[in-house]
Design a protein around this ligand. Sequence first.
Ligand SMILES: NC(=O)c1ccc[n+]([C@@H]2O[C@H](COP(=O)([O-])OP(=O)(O)OC[C@H]3O[C@@H](n4cnc5c(N)ncnc54)[C@H](O)[C@@H]3O)[C@@H](O)[C@H]2O)c1
Length: 446
Amino acid sequence: MSSPNSSAPSRREFLKTSSALAATATAASTLTMSRFAHAAGDDTIKIGLIGCGGRGTGAASQALSTKGAVKLVAMGDAFKDNLDGSLKNLLASDGSLKDKIDVPDDRKFAGFDAYQKVLAAGVDLVILATPPGFRPIHFDAAVKAGKHVFMEKPVAVDGTGVRMVLAAAEEAKKKNLGVGVGLQRRHQKEYLETIKRLQDGAIGDIVSARVYWNGSTPWCHTREDEKKKKPDLTEMEYQMRNWYYFVWLCGDHIVEQHIHNMDVINWLKGGHPVRANGLGGAEVRKGPDYGEIFDHHAVEFEYADGTRMFSQCRHIVGCWSNISEHAHGTKGYSDISGSSIKVAGGDAWKYRGERPNPYQVEHDDLFASIRSGNPLNEAQYGATSTMTAILGRLCTYSGQEISWDQALNSKISVTPKEFAFNATPPVVPGPNGMYRLAVPGVTTVV
Ligand SMILES: NC(=O)c1ccc[n+]([C@@H]2O[C@H](COP(=O)([O-])OP(=O)(O)OC[C@H]3O[C@@H](n4cnc5c(N)ncnc54)[C@H](O)[C@@H]3O)[C@@H](O)[C@H]2O)c1
């Protein structure tokens, strides 16, 4: 640790002090020391990256671009080739990042247990950017290990996972650990200003909201392509490579993407829906490489005060594309994503201020809060909005009206019993290579 401020403890001094205290100190006071080291503002925050794909690489680059001393010291991924690609990109991305990367071979970890090895590699903060199915396990382990966390959304794929995240979030609070969640709209200047005005009553009481993530279909790693790279590909390896299309890994696109839009309305309402009903299916995107997820969902959510949120998400090429959030009030209307407000018979308002990159701002805010000794903890709202999206999926899969409590407390878990590349995943294809999709009216989900 470099220490330009001589009055602040060096890392070695701090660690020495901590271990001398450890015999008598409680866990809480040891963590207070850890917090103090960062509050001194001259301590290197050592970062571990778990999940080295597109977003993990981006998040690492943003974490390394925050103010103060930071270093990427360990990386872990299920697949070594993804880890190597990520490190190569980070080293090549920008000359200024290069000096902040120190990941020798003995701090590169591959496999399902890579997260444990990263957590044990002397890191202060971990970035969790695997597919969301692993998030509850990784977040729980990170908090138990006393690490600060930046985790991507969604933070789970079922109620069991959400409950685990909520419990770990409480533990993180007690340990004064920073927890950032990749719902970057919450750090986006134009959203912050618009939501504040709406919460201050700019359009009166909110009576309904509309949210959309209607777009095209994302990437697909076909079995054929993966088999060309690895002829003895197992079913588990295939699903891990093509994770988007499996509920146990992705949660379906209503959870993986549409969470962003639902989170905006939860934020505006300061709560979450109490029940929902919906419909959906796989109308166009069908085939063995599209796994078990739907290509469209439409859900009506109801909040405790009766406010409705109407949601649509679709992955069908050639249809109306729209990613946005809207609120209707007793006095007017807001296109929240367009950061504009229109009051009936009154003035219109539109945000005209700065628009810094929210992916950078969310990291700036988290790291600054950790250094201040008063770390952000966004896990609760991250878990709540994840659960909102899961509730939507449970409704579209089953065709039933489902309450928040039923969904959150459901004992059904989609997590595999065993994590190994030769283990059987929770879903397997039938003889025709197709996976079984949920059938509304037949499938039970809670
Ligand atoms: N906030 C945003 O706007 C935003 C944007 C894109 C992605 N995301 C989120 O980021 C997460 C990752 O998405 P991505 O686009 O980077 O996917 P990706 O496929 O590019 O990367 C995921 C990486 O995780 C690795 N991985 C899988 N299981 C693992 C395990 N058990 N342990 C360690 N590594 C594992 C994969 O091998 C892969 O390298 C998802 O939750 C996604 O929803 C958020």
